[in-house]
Design a protein around this ligand. Structure first.
Ligand SMILES: Cc1ncc(C[n+]2csc(CCOP(=O)(O)OP(=O)(O)O)c2C)c(N)n1
Length: 766
């Protein structure tokens, strides 16, 4: 205690904010209750007996004394990083204080795994990260990595100052967002994909016997995202699908202030089919290590999932800002002190004759000094200072490479096997047929493509868009999934990470919404938070929009795209015509494969089987399928519109079903002497702003015909883009109502129609 008191009197540097480099002394770091308890109890320990002859830390354990000492060092450093985090924040130099104190038993989990086992870590898995860093060759100083994260330094190795995460490419630690449990579907998907890649003869960045580890908290285990992922792991394993996934729940009994009912995690997780449950006391490093070795061996050898339940405590509240005394009594907090994992390891080391109590305290003190000195050294590290710097890794784009890749087809012999009759010889196709043939071409040309979703394989899709693909390409590449959109997207996230090219299907646009975070929070952020070191290419096909005849109701006729449109970096394709669909699907696949893009491909259901444009039987909505030798010429880059007609009176800007209605309206308006040009956006992101501006300025009269909702719909963006660019001509819009879509004929009352487009056009020209 005397030493701690003395340290608080060390001279304070002039100001950490200006101290860019290492400082010789540092400001007061006041010992807290946990530290005081630790030093007092260790100081009172009696020296232990002789070392185990086996070299292990205690009889019956497989944890060696030397490894235990290494892990103790990681635990000490992790504890002191938490201290440093609060100190840095108090000094105005740090931005993150959620710590790992009380959870340091997870060092034993890290030690039970291999460096090459991909890990997605809970934000309290600090000791795990430090152990991993120590295993790299050459060794990394994981402490520095984490400290750089706390101060949002641009030099931080994974996110480059964009977020405080545990992650490092060399360490196979994939960074996670702060959305609890959102990483479990990805972990599930990666485990699935490691096995699936082997089955279809593809390699991944990880060894064949790698296992995926994913840690999370006890409150997080209740989140539907976690529950869904665990259920899907169980569901897959139950069917005999290999799924090398180790789920590690770090159970401290609290989710911020809310108590997890005692025994809940064991009760909820121990009886799941085909998910083996393991339990260990997180304060007992040897027990954690031994149990984790058993769990990892189980997963590795059997390729079956396991749930490792580590009981821990949480010291220091949820975060630095959390006033724990508001919801926990002092005696309750004090009762946890005896379960301090550092104390547990100190006892192991003393009892095992490895260190004396004095040596433990000296080690503790040395670790403290080292971590705080490193913290002082990073306190002034340069941060990101411009939007350009921040956004650089958001969505890298290489248009030329994408164009080249989009023109890549399978060899004629492989195409011959994929198609009985070549699609270019079939004559004009519908939208659904064009998508189907394009998917077949993609499966033939790109061995890493997987096509999956609800009902996509045996049934061939609700609308037949994937019909016949299972038979031609096999169940390894075309498969039905469990009915859980989060898991479907999770499989895509993991498959992309594993180097595959997933093409998941969301059966209806309305059903994207309960899983949108897997695109918004997971897929779209990975490149951003890893400076492009990790990416999850994917092309998510979504059947959507309204106007289905005889098949109504909101959920099958959803026209809400706002939840997608504001996701940074997302590519949103919305083809209306068969030829565009084929070319744009190729673009999306190439963009995903080349740039790692996250692409959403919205397919207008009502146009899937449409044949006609103006008159029944005119076949005006069909289009022939381009043979591969034309793909380079017909390439459609993201963000390029298509223009129909060259009328000088009015520019109609539209997309999707609105295109067909607008072309019909334009024909009628033309008969009345109003000459229109119709712009099909084709891409909702990036929006073809330049094309719209060009076509708008020709006529000086713009009507936006938007089948999405008036509020949050696409027309808002078009009109804003025109205003931003200084467009001074006449401007109007007609959109669907801010309503859900009712069943039956009533749907027409709230939707954009050909009549409303025509009427708005006439009004604009009046
Ligand atoms: C989806 C989501 N909801 C809410 C939050 C806010 N939040 C952050 S941590 C947390 C508690 C998590 O508790 P637990 O999973 O037990 O982990 P612990 O912090 O106790 O280690 C909450 C509610 C969040 N990050 N994500």
């Amino acid at each position: 205690m005397a030493r701690l008191t003395a340290r608080t009197a060390l001279p304070r540097p002039p100001s950490l904010r200006t101290a860019r480099h290492a400082v010789r002394g540092y400001g007061p770091v006041v010992p807290d209750q946990v530290e005081t308890h630790f030093t007092r109890v260790v100081g009172g320990l009696l020296p232990g007996g002789p070392r185990q002859p086996s070299g292990m830390i205690r009889a019956g354990s497989s944890l060696s004394a030397s490894r235990c000492l290494e892990l103790f060092d990681a635990q000490l450093a992790s504890r002191h990083i938490d201290l440093a985090a609060r100190w840095l924040q108090a000094e105005g130099a740090g931005f993150y204080t959620i710590g790992s104190s009380g959870h340091e038993g997870n060092a034993g989990l890290a030690a039970a795994l291999r460096l090459t086992d991909p890990a997605m870590l809970h934000y309290r898995s600090g000791a795990f990260y430090l152990v991993r860093a120590g295993e790299a060759r050459p060794q990394r100083d994981g402490v520095n990595d984490v400290l750089l994260g706390l101060v949002a330094a641009a030099a931080e190795p994974i996110s480059g100052g964009r977020h405080k995460v545990f992650g490092h490419h060399q360490l196979n630690v994939i960074p996670q967002t702060s959305t609890i449990a959102s990483h479990l579907p990805r972990a599930l998907g990666l485990a699935f994909s490691l096995a699936r890649a082997a089955k279809i003869g593809m390699s991944t960045p990880w060894p064949d016997d790698a296992i995926v580890v994913c840690s999370f908290g006890d409150a997080s285990a209740n989140h539907s995202t976690a529950a869904g992922a665990v259920n899907t792991a169980s569901y897959c394993s139950y069917q005999g699908l290999p799924l090398p996934l180790l789920l590690a729940c770090e159970d401290n009994g609290l989710g911020v202030s809310v108590r997890t009912p005692p025994g809940w995690i064991a009760a909820a997780q121990s009886g799941r089919p085909c998910v083996k449950y393991f339990h260990a006391d997180g304060a007992d490093l040897a027990a954690v290590y031994d149990t984790a070795v058993s769990a990892a061996t189980w997963v590795r050898e059997r390729r079956e999932p396991a749930f490792l339940h580590l009981e821990t405590v949480r010291f220091g509240g949820h975060a630095g800002s959390d006033v724990e005394s508001a919801y926990r009594s002092a005696s309750e907090v004090a009762a946890d002190l005896s379960r301090d994992p550092l104390l547990g390891t100190a006892r192991l080391l003393v009892d095992g004759g490895v260190l004396t109590p004095g040596e433990i305290l000296a080690r503790y003190e040395a670790s403290r000094e080292r971590v705080l000195a490193l913290a002082a050294a990073v306190a002034g590290a340069p941060r990101l200072t411009s939007a350009a710097q921040v956004m650089r890794p958001l969505a890298p784009r290489r248009p030329d490479a994408v164009a080249a890749d989009a023109a890549r087809a399978a060899a004629p012999s492989a195409r011959g096997r994929a198609f009985g009759r070549r699609p270019e010889d079939e004559g004009p196709l519908t939208l659904a047929q064009a998508i189907n043939r394009s998917l077949a071409d993609a499966l033939a040309a790109r061995p890493e493509v997987l096509v999956f979703g609800e009902d996509v394989a045996r049934k061939g899709g609700v609308y037949g868009a994937t019909r016949g693909l299972l038979g031609r390409f096999g169940a390894g590449r075309v498969f039905d999934t469990v009915l859980d959109e989060q898991s479907i997207l999770g499989v895509a996230l993991g498959a992309g990470l594993a180097g595959l090219l997933p093409v998941p299907e969301i059966q209806y646009l309305a059903y994207l919404h309960n899983a949108a975070d897997q695109i918004r929070g997971e897929a779209a952020t990975l490149s951003f938070f890893s400076r492009g070191q990790y990416r999850n290419p994917m092309v998510v096909r979504i059947a959507g929009l309204a106007y289905q005849r005889g098949f109504g109701g909101h959920f099958h006729n959803d026209n809400a795209v706002a939840a997608l449109r504001d996701i940074p970096g997302l590519i949103i394709a919305l083809p209306a015509r068969p030829d565009d669909a084929a070319a744009m699907l190729r673009t999306c696949l190439a963009s995903a494969q080349t740039d790692g893009s996250v692409c959403v491909f919205i397919e207008p259901i009502a146009l899937y089987h449409e044949r006609d444009l103006h008159e029944p039987g005119d076949d005006g909505w069909l289009a022939p399928y381009d043979p591969p030798w034309r793909w380079a010429d017909t390439h459609v880059p993201p963000g390029r519109a298509r223009v129909y007609g060259a009328g000088d009176d009015l520019t109609i800007v539209t997309f999707g079903n609105g295109l067909r209605m607008s072309l019909r309206a334009a024909a009628r308006l033309g008969s009345a002497g109003i000459a229109c040009r119709v712009v099909d956006l084709r891409w909702l992101a990036p929006l073809p702003v330049q094309d719209v501006l060009r076509e708008a300025s020709v006529t000086g009269r713009v009507l936006v015909a938007d089948e999405t909702r008036r509020t949050g719909g696409v027309s808002e963006a078009i009109i804003t883009a025109l205003a931003d660019a200084g467009y001074a001509g006449r401007l109007a819009r007609v959109a669907s109502e801010d309503s859900f879509i009712p069943l039956g004929d009533a749907a027409a009352t709230v939707l954009l129609s050909q009549q409303s487009i025509e009427a708005a056009a006439r009004a604009l020209l009046r």
